[in-house]
Design a binder for this molecule. Structure first.
Ligand SMILES: [Zn+2]
Length: 253
């Protein structure tokens, strides 16, 4: 597993098959409080791990090589699978859920509108993931195989003194969510970052409804105002400092 620095090699790398891990922020002499690993696939899919007062929470579950990446991330944090208190899914496209069997004993949090997709009961509406499902079905859990704790709108989850704020941002998929923890917003594929361009709203082809996705980001920007965030990361581990003009730049595209 290759390791590299956030906002440097991982973000700039176009080498989709190379997995790497990085810390947000860098820490030197003890297990990090947060750690992000990327998995393989046409774009590197992120698994983010964060220590909370009661254990470890995980955002998204990656794609190719997800179980190994999870093990590497947990080991780096001095933790094990049993320490994972919760999984938060930004959405249930195949490239963000691959590692579900490894954490099947943890509760899975997602927006109610995403539950059918997570169980493979419906196909994505975006033509690229829809055709991908017709060619090769994703291995997804049947009802009851994992504990799903669905929420229907913006929600705050508490883990002792720590919080994870969840925001419903429909459009890329019906139940797409963004999560704010430790000053970093994990926006899933609600924000995309093409290899040759800057961050922009969810991309056509991959998304159910790009108009709704763009509107969701406008609404999200307003709902985030009371909640400071320093970084915004996509589900493919592209991160940007959330400076004063960040949302204007994203929404201007
Ligand atoms: Zn997606």
């Amino acid at each position: 597993m290759r390791r590299c620095g956030l906002l440097s090699v991982c973000i700039l790398s176009g080498l989709a098959l190379m997995a790497c891990g990085h810390r947000i922020p860098p820490e030197l002499d003890r297990p990090p409080e947060t750690y992000t690993v990327t998995t393989g696939g046409p774009q590197r899919s992120m698994i983010h791990l964060a220590r909370v007062e009661t254990g470890i929470v995980v955002v998204d579950l990656g794609w190719w090589g997800a179980e190994g990446a999870l093990e590497e991330g947990l080991e780096t944090m001095g933790a094990s699978r049993e320490d994972v208190m919760a999984v938060f899914l930004t959405h249930a496209h195949r490239d963000h859920v691959k590692g579900w069997p490894a954490l099947r004993n943890a509760p899975f949090h997602m927006v109610e509108a995403e539950v059918e997709l997570f169980h493979g009961e419906v196909h994505p509406a975006g033509w690229i993931p829809r055709w991908a499902e017709r060619i090769v079905r994703t291995d997804l859990p049947e009802r009851g195989e994992v504990e799903v704790r669905a929420f229907s709108g913006d929600t705050v989850f508490t883990f002792g003194a720590d919080t994870v704020r969840a925001f419903h941002v429909p459009g890329h998929t019906p139940g797409s969510a963004a999560y704010l923890l430790n000053g970093t917003l994990f926006a899933g594929d609600a924000i995309s970052s093409p290899p040759t361009g800057d961050m922009q709203p969810a991309m056509a082809g991959f998304s159910d409804d790009t108009s709704e996705a763009r509107q969701s980001l406008h609404l999200l920007r307003a709902r985030l105002e009371p909640h400071p965030h320093q970084l915004v990361c996509t589900a493919h581990a592209h991160c940007s400092e959330a400076g004063p003009d960040f949302w204007a730049r994203v929404l201007g595209r």
